[in-house]
Design a protein around this ligand. Structure first.
Ligand SMILES: Nc1ncnc2c1ncn2[C@@H]1O[C@H](COP(=O)(O)OP(=O)(O)OP(=O)(O)O)[C@@H](O)[C@H]1O
Length: 263
C-alpha cells in the first residue's frame, strides 16, 4: 500500500546538490535523460523508481564515478563536472560504499580506525605520536556509539550479523564526515528487524547532514524521507512528499506490478 504519515515536504535549507539537464547515454541509449534535481541541505531525499529507471546511474553521475554525457552537477554551488570522485568525497559528498569495505578479520573498532586514518592521511605518517593515534580511538568509539555498535567494538567484523555489518559500513562512511551522504539501497537484503534498526540509524546520522538515498522499500522511504524523486525510464516522473508522489497516477502506473517492493 502506498500511504504516508508525512505532510508537506520539509525544505530544510538551501540547495546543496543539484543536477541540471543531466543525461547519460550508453551507445545512444539514454539511461538518464535531462534530469533536473535539487537536494536541499538537511533533508533526507529519496530516489525511487522501477527497475532500470536510472537510479544507480544518477548516483554514479552525482558522485563522479561516471562521466555525464551532458548536463551539470553543482555541489555547494560549484560545478563538480570535472572533479574526480576521490576529491568530491574529500569535499564532503560521500557515497556509502566509497570507503566502507568492511575488513572481516579486523575488529569492529579497527575497521573504524582504518577509515578515520584515510582522510587525515595518517596511514602513511608512521612517525605520528601514539597520542594522535589514540585520539582516533575516541572518535572511533563516538562513531560506533552513533551506530549502536560500541559494545561490539572488540568483536571481529566477520562475527557481526548482516544488519550490524551495514551499521559498521555506515560508521566507516561517517568517518569521512560527509556533508552529503549518498546511500545506495541501504536496506537491501535485510530482514524486518534490521530494517527498523537501520532506518533509525539513518535518521540519527542524518542529523546535521543531507542524505540522498536510492531505496526500493517504499515503506522505509515513506517514513524516512522528506522529498521523493520518482524516476522512470531515465526521466523524472514526479517529485514531492511521499503523499504527493504516491497519489500521482503516473507513478502508480509505473509501479504497477511492483507493489511487492512495498514492505
Ligand atoms: N554501463 C552500462 N551500459 C549500458 N547500459 C547501461 C549501463 N548501466 C546501466 N545501463 C542501462 O541503463 C538503464 C538504467 O540502469 P540503472 O542501473 O541506472 O537503473 P536502476 O534504476 O538503478 O535499476 P535497478 O533498480 O534495477 O538497480 C538500464 O536500462 C540499464 O540496462
Amino acid at each position: 500500500m502506498l500511504s504516508s504519515p508525512t505532510g508537506s515536504a520539509e525544505r530544510t535549507g538551501d540547495v546543496i546538490l543539484a543536477a541540471e539537464g543531466l543525461t547519460k547515454e550508453f551507445r545512444g541509449f539514454a539511461a538518464v535523460r535531462d534530469v533536473n534535481l535539487k537536494v536541499h541541505a538537511g533533508s533526507i531525499h529519496a530516489l525511487i523508481g522501477p527497475n532500470g529507471a536510472g537510479k544507480t546511474t544518477v548516483f554514479n553521475l552525482l558522485t563522479r564515478f561516471m562521466p555525464a554525457t551532458r548536463g551539470r552537477i553543482l555541489y555547494r554551488g560549484q560545478d563538480i563536472g570535472r572533479t574526480g570522485p576521490a576529491k568530491v568525497a574529500r569535499q564532503g559528498l560521500v557515497r556509502s560504499f566509497q570507503i566502507s569495505a568492511v575488513f572481516p578479520h579486523l575488529t569492529v573498532l579497527d575497521n573504524v580506525r582504518v577509515a578515520l586514518q584515510r582522510p587525515r592521511h595518517l596511514a602513511t605518517q608512521w612517525w605520528r605520536p601514539l597520542s594522535t593515534l589514540r585520539s582516533l580511538d575516541d572518535r572511533a568509539m563516538e562513531l560506533l556509539t552513533a551506530v549502536q555498535l560500541a559494545d561490539k567494538a572488540d568483536l571481529t567484523a566477520g562475527e557481526l550479523s548482516y544488519g550490524r555489518k551495514r551499521a559498521l559500513e555506515l560508521a566507516t562512511t561517517l568517518a569521512l564526515d560527509p556533508q552529503v551522504l549518498l546511500l545506495d539501497e541501504p536496506m537491501a537484503g535485510m530482514g524486518h528487524e534490521d530494517i527498523h534498526h537501520v532506518a533509525d540509524l539513518i535518521r540519527q546520522v542524518a542529523k546535521g547532514r543531507t542524505v540522498l538515498m536510492v531505496e526500493h522499500n517504499l515503506n522505509v522511504v515513506s517514513q524516512l524521507c522528506d522529498t521523493i524523486t520518482v524516476l522512470a525510464r531515465g526521466e523524472i516522473l514526479a517529485e514531492g512528499t511521499y503523499t504527493q508522489v504516491s497519489a500521482d497516477p503516473q507513478v502508480r502506473e509505473a509501479y504497477m506490478g511492483s507493489e511487492d517492493d512495498d514492505d
